[in-house]
Structure formats: C-alpha cells, structure tokens
Design a protein around this ligand. Sequence first.
Ligand SMILES: C[S@@+](CC[C@H](N)C(=O)[O-])C[C@H]1O[C@@H](n2cnc3c(N)ncnc32)[C@H](O)[C@@H]1O
Ligand code: SF4
Length: 354
Amino acid sequence: MDPLHNAMSCCLYPQERLREESILPFSAFLTDNFGRRHSYLRMSLTEKCNLRCQYCMPEDGVKLTPRSQLLSTSEVLTLARLFVQEGVEKIRLTGGEPLIRPDVLDIIAELRKLEGLKTIAVTTNGMNLARLLPKLKDAGLNLINISLDSLVPAKFEFIVRRKGFHKVIEGIDKAIEMGYNPVKVNCVVMRGLNEDELLDFVALTEKKPLEVRFIEYMPFDGNKWNFKKMVSYQEMLDHIRQQWPNLEKLQTGQTETAKTFKVPGFKGQVGFITSMSDHFCGSCNRLRITADGNLKVCLFGNSEVSLRDVLRSGASNEELLQIIGAAVGRKKKQHAGMFSISQMKNRPMILIGG
Ligand SMILES: C[S@@+](CC[C@H](N)C(=O)[O-])C[C@H]1O[C@@H](n2cnc3c(N)ncnc32)[C@H](O)[C@@H]1O
Ligand code: SF4
C-alpha cells in the first residue's frame, strides 16, 4: 500500500477500514443471503413526467404523493451518502422524468463529491436533455440512457401520448457531440407497435456511437401488459440476424444486465434487456429507492420499506443500516416469472423508477 493510502486509511470509519483492508470485502448490510453485493443504487427523483408512455403510465394517470411526503434534496443526499459509504459505486437517477426536478443539478453536483462513487447516471426521456446537458456534464454526470421507442415521429407520439420526437433526437445528438460514449438508447419493444423498427434501430449504430438497448416489455400495474405483446430476446435476435448474420456477441461484466452485440464495422452496439425471457436475477446488484423514499430490493417484488419514515423519526445511521440490511436479507433469489408478476400487485412503473 502506498504511503498516502496508508495515511488515509487511518482516518476511515472502522467499517470502511475493514473493507479497505479486505477483511470485510463488502458491506454486510448490502449483501443478501445469496451472496449478491448491491453496489448499484437507482434513485427516483420524481413521480411526475412530461410524457405519458403507454407501457409505463396508466391511461388514467397516477395519484401523486403529496410533496411533503417525497424525499427532499437533503434526504436524497443523506441516503445516497449512506449507501456510498457502504459500498455503492454507481447511482442512477430516474423517475418519472428526473430532469424535470428543479434541483437535479444540485443533486448531481453533491453526489460528485462522494468519495467511492464512481458513476453517476441518468435515465431520461430526453425532452429537456439538449438544453440541460452542458450543465449536467459540468455537475458531474457521466452516463446517460435516453428512452426512444420509435424513429417515426407520429408513432413516437402515439406511444408516449405527447409530442417531442425532435427534442429527443436533439438530446441524443447533443450527448454524442459532448463526448458521452456510448450513449445508451432504451427502446421498449412491443408487438404491433414498434417491432417492425428493430432493423432501423440497429442501422442507427452504424455511424453513431450508440448502444441501442432493446428492452422486453414488462408487466407493471396499469400498463395492460400481455404475453402476446411481448417480443422475446430470441425472436428479436433471430430477426436481426437475418439482416446481419455476422452479428457478434460481446463480452460483458458479471453484473451487466444487457446482452450486447455488434455488427462488425459499426461504430455502436446493440443490447438486449431480457428480464422476462431470460432473467439475470442471479447477478443482480441493484437496489431502488422510490421518490417517496421506499427501498425496493427487487423491481418485480412488491415488498417495500420506508426509509423516509425511519429518517424522519431521527434514527441514526446504524439504525437505518439495520433496516436496510434486513430488507436486503429478505430479497428473493429471483423474480416470480412474468405470468405471476403480471397478476401481482406492484406499483406502476412511473412510481417505481426503472
Ligand atoms: C420509468 S422510465 C424513467 C426515466 C425516464 N422518464 C425515461 O423514460 O427514460 C425508465 C425506463 O423504464 C423503461 N420502462 C418503463 N416501463 C417499462 C415496461 N413496462 N417495460 C420495460 N421497460 C419499461 C422506460 O422505457 C425507460 O427506459
Ligand atoms: S417511461 Fe419515462 S418518459 Fe415515459 S411515462 Fe414513464 S417516466 Fe415518463
């Protein structure tokens, strides 16, 4: 160990020092009964959105939580700090639409100061992205996923029930121009809606450093999911391989959710999020906190615990950690399967944060 490192480890909290010295490899509070280490936290910043995507927002909208019951800026940061101290290395801000939260730049700038946090990511619908991107980059944002489900403006508007196609494209181009690489584009594939555009999306990766990620359509409350509308990974892959038989599979990290491929010679790549047909629960390292402060240990599980209430009761970090650790300890080995999930009560996606 170098002298600076040595000198610094004397100032660490015992828990951190143990981790530094590899006696305790990872926080026990964030490790579940199956040995999964949760080093990735997704925080929803808002329940509101400027779009109304059919697969996410129920047709009749959602009942919004009163503002006083949502996490404040300082509560978001207190929780983020605690999770990072325990070993979280990546935080993704999501929602609702995270870029409509007025303090999003302040939150990112404060997260940037957290030692140990390697990646700050945002998932956005791209509507405000072109305008905000220079400030987001200055604040410290280093990874962007932008949702786009159609390359046909009228179809885009049908799916998201709002106008704005050109703003999203502008946001994607701006992100490329500002050096984000890859810029990830999330596309939820639904039969009868956009599965005929798969090849056009892949073709986008020829000249642009994009990672287009085809997401299997998932069931959430109020989104009218049914099996027939879901296009599976295998079906998508077969279809793409008819056009590009030499599509190459890429190696991915252990906790990567996407299975990634590349057409040789293309600048970008293509990924598949196969949560329904081939889940990746065994390597899941994600935890979620909803905008109203509930910890969700599984996207498809309906058990939640309110960290907001614990925080507001004046609990110490140690007490919070006990509650977080107990929730992580109850995490199931894997989700219940798409048919059971579709019958189960959960939140609509807009109130979870994908
Ligand atoms: C809930 S959104 C929140 C962030 C932001 N508003 C956006 O749209 O990117 C996060 C991601 O979840 C995805 N998503 C929402 N509902 C989904 C569903 N039913 N199945 C699969 N992905 C879904 C969206 O496409 C988006 O990429
Ligand atoms: S997917 Fe994103 S943009 Fe679409 S309604 Fe949900 S939160 Fe809004």
